[in-house]
Design a protein around this ligand. Structure first.
Ligand code: ADP
Ligand code: MG
Length: 258
């Protein structure tokens, strides 16, 4: 195939790390037991955009996210950071997309917090000094600076969540895909997470049931139900659509008077 001007531009832009996008087209996925979890999902997240992914339990949010770094493979097209999600591109894609799973026990497998957070940078071949710096920075970002030598499996769920986020921040990703990052956090941990996500200049797709977090951080909201996107638009508009929210088991955030 001839190389077009656009190909060259795209390749150059990817090389310059300037295409941190997510593009999903007509994605379908059925689990081996026959459960059709994604029934034709299409959306595009622009560079730098912060979008929330909401919807009731079982809507397909986690299944969708697992497609964004190739852990699941459905039918349809997935483009990440300007690259089609095919086997050859997986190492680059996985270096650019920081993915945090819903359950931190799926992410933390080293004996200590330090080893868990160091794993990615070590694997990428950074020298020891740089690895140490990255671990220290990432743990500080999630408010866990004093936990480096603690045992990962002894931490509380909220602490594990924060360490799981640190494991991806230590890789300096361009895109963050976080599956229910605030679930299980105490108010201080949640506030720290909100401040962190607000300050990180990254493209984000973050699933959550925390509608106050959505309202505070995400100008765009993608709503899923039963394996499909049922609404995609401005958070401020969708959060005012009471019947839409009710139809999909969601509630408007209620801000207390304090
Ligand atoms: N490993 C699996 N095998 C079979 N069905 C699954 C599996 N994981 C999830 N599902 C089903 O797929 C649907 C979507 O699940 P999930 O993506 O976890 O939704 P959400 O993250 O929105 O709660 C649900 O009906 C769920 O029961
Ligand atoms: Mg889920």
């Amino acid at each position: 195939m001839p190389v077009t001007h656009l190909d060259i531009q795209t390749t150059a832009a990817v090389a310059a790390n300037r295409l941190p996008t997510l593009q999903v087209t007509d994605l379908r996925f059925t689990y081996p037991d026959g459960l059709e979890a994604l029934k034709g999902v299409t959306f595009y997240i622009a560079p730098g955009e912060k979008a929330a992914l909401v919807g009731p339990n079982g809507a397909g949010k986690s299944t969708l996210m697992l497609h964004l770094n190739g852990l699941l493979n459905g039918q349809g097209q997935v483009n990440v950071a300007g690259l089609p999600l095919v086997k050859e591109n997986l190492p680059v894609i996985r270096a650019r997309v920081g993915m945090v799973f819903q359950n931190p026990d799926d992410q933390l497998f080293s004996p200590t917090v330090f080893a868990d957070v160091a794993f990615g940078p070590l694997h990428m071949g950074y020298p020891e000094d740089e690895v140490r710096q990255r671990v220290a920075r990432a743990l500080a970002q999630v408010g866990m600076a004093d936990f480096a030598h603690r045992l990962s499996h002894h931490l509380s769920i909220g602490q594990k969540k924060r360490v799981a986020i640190a494991t991806v921040l230590a890789m300096d990703p361009q895109i963050l895909v976080l599956d229910e990052p605030s679930a299980g956090l105490d108010p201080r941990g949640r506030r720290q997470l909100i401040n962190l996500l607000r300050d990180l200049p990254l493209t984000m797709l973050i699933s959550t049931h925390d509608m106050l977090l959505v309202q505070e951080l995400f100008p765009r909201m993608i709503m899923m139900d039963e394996g499909q996107i049922v609404a995609d638009g401005q958070t401020a508009v969708l959060l005012n659509d009471k019947s839409l929210l009710e139809a999909h088991g969601l509630e408007r955030p209620v801000i207390s008077s304090q």
